[in-house]
Design a protein around this ligand. Structure first.
Ligand code: MN
Ligand code: ZN
Length: 496
């Protein structure tokens, strides 16, 4: 259980004990003499050389003569240069120092500058994201561990002149937080608990938010001809599922936008088995599906005014006696045949049927797929950008802009017929790997063969969905990457 918060926004507040968070400068604390009657905060700031640099803090315990038990000074740097995601980071930096607290008052309007309702809501969103911990399976708590099992939420009062606007904006922030935290929970959850069937149930649970959900079983997928997806699943005791979620917040005849997620609940590599070292991380090979379900949760929670489809291909890649072999040839739903060279290149086999189905049934405005698809993308970009591949310049530009705004950044990589040629097969229409070089590009070329002319983007999140470096707003192994990126994309470009 992560720390819970009860967040309120007010225009003014008499100092009332607990912790005060004061942004930027001691004088932001309100009426002179009210909070810092003896001038100790100002003096401590001077002695502690607090210069209000971005995300730098000074913790002042039990200041003499102050009504607060603690005063936390938090710097913001140059206010004029702050982006939305800097406010998120400020909230995250604050919450790192606030764990184990019952009552917090945040004096937001830095040094007399009114920061506005959106910034206040973003700060609060940063608190929610930064406080997240996955501790479901920790039965013992360290003495100095924060009190995250506390059932009582931390009461946070944010003091700002823009309280009314902040309250309104915060309703959306809460929706975003719930989607990101859902995605993180799913990535962190071990595969023995979260199989394809259990994951599909998580999608089904979105019905309570007004999402229409269909779950296809193995039999129905067989009837649709999804032999590429089914071939991956056949080495596992646990049957596959295809989850189809529809959020209808737009006009009935509006074409939907569509998101497809790779949901390999565990990837052993199959018969082309992976080495033991680090294999446990393959419980996160459903990070794409987690982001898509998280996004659908956000869209439904904030009642987004558009039609959106989310499709999850849910399988487990295991090497039992029934597992597919290298050299096997499968016929995808599209009718195109695929020679399986490497059973560890399974994500594209799952996605190709899900993509084809999505385009065929919904004729969407665009399709974006998210997948922890290739190690090669980590070689190219590390953990600070996801790889973006697209057949549509407008969509690619919008995703890049949404990445900069949300700080879930993407970097566009090339596609081209020379790369496409690398996956031609001797025995079938294509093979599922293109060899060692340009591995993330040939994976994207493979997917492109299943979207016809639909505007499409593929986002390879192998380096960003899990195990990426933690920061102010993410202390978790599973990051929830993609939820805020796609919510930003939709909000900015596709809502009426
Ligand atoms: Mn694999
Ligand atoms: Zn995989």
């Amino acid at each position: 259980m992560s720390q819970k918060f009860d967040v309120n926004f007010v225009k003014a507040q008499k100092p009332a004990g607990g912790i005060a968070v004061v942004l930027q400068a001691p004088e932001a604390i309100g009426a002179p003499g009210e909070v810092d009657p003896a001038g100790v905060v100002a003096k401590a700031a001077e002695i502690g050389r607090f210069r209000a640099k971005a995300l730098k803090t000074l913790d002042i315990v039990a200041p003499h003569g102050s009504p607060f038990d603690r005063i936390l000074l938090l710097g913001l740097g140059d206010l004029a240069k702050m982006a939305a995601h800097d406010w998120l980071k400020a909230g995250g930096a604050a919450v790192a120092k606030l764990r184990d607290s019952e009552s917090v008052t945040v004096y937001l309007d830095a040094a007399g500058v009114e920061v506005g309702g959106q910034a206040a809501a973003d700060f609060a969103l940063g608190l929610l994201l930064g406080a997240y911990r996955f501790e479901t399976y920790k039965t013992k708590k360290d003495e100095d561990e924060p009190r995250t099992n506390n059932k009582k939420p931390t009461k946070v009062t944010i003091v700002t002149a823009a309280a009314a606007a902040a309250k309104k904006a915060y309703a959306e922030s809460e929706a975003v937080a719930s989607g990101v935290l859902l995605a993180r929970d799913l990535v962190n959850e071990p595969a023995n608990v979260l199989g394809p069937v259990e994951f599909a149930e998580k999608a089904k649970a979105l019905e309570k938010l007004g999402v229409e959900v269909e779950i296809l079983t193995e039999r129905e997928m067989k009837r649709l001809g999804m032999a590429a997806l089914l071939g991956v699943a056949q080495g596992s005791e646990r049957p596959p599922r295809l989850a189809i979620m529809q959020w209808n917040g737009g006009k009935p005849k509006d074409r939907p936008v569509a998101f497809v997620g790779k949901g390999v609940v565990f990837d052993t590599g199959g018969i082309s088995i992976k080495p033991a070292a680090g294999m446990e991380e393959m419980k996160g090979d459903m990070g794409g599906a987690a982001a898509v379900i998280g996004l659908m949760h956000v869209l439904a929670s904030r009642k987004a005014k558009l039609n959106a489809v989310g499709i999850l291909g849910l399988v487990e890649n295991m090497p039992d006696g029934n597992a597919q072999r290298p050299g096997d040839i499968v016929t995808s739903m599209s009718g195109q045949t695929i020679e399986v060279i490497n059973t560890d290149a399974e994500g594209r086999l799952v996605l190709c049927d899900a993509l084809w189905y999505c385009n065929d049934r919904f004729k969407p405005q665009f399709i974006i797929d998210l997948a922890t698809l290739t190690g090669a993308v980590m070689v190219a970009l590390g953990s600070h950008h996801a790889g973006l591949f697209s057949n549509d310049d407008t969509l690619a530009a919008r995703l890049t802009a949404a990445g900069l705004a949300s700080n879930e950044r993407v970097w566009r990589m090339p596609l081209g017929k020379e790369y496409d040629k690398m996956i031609d097969s001797k025995f079938a229409d294509m093979k599922n790997t293109g060899g060692r070089y340009a591995g993330s590009i040939t994976a994207a070329q493979f997917l492109q063969r299943f979207v016809k002319d639909a505007p499409w983007a593929h986002i390879d999140i192998a380096g960003t969905a899990m195990g990426s470096p933690t920061d102010e707003i993410n202390q978790s192994w599973g990051s929830g990457f993609g939820v805020r990126l796609l919510d930003e994309l939709v909000r900015t470009n596709y809502e009426s």
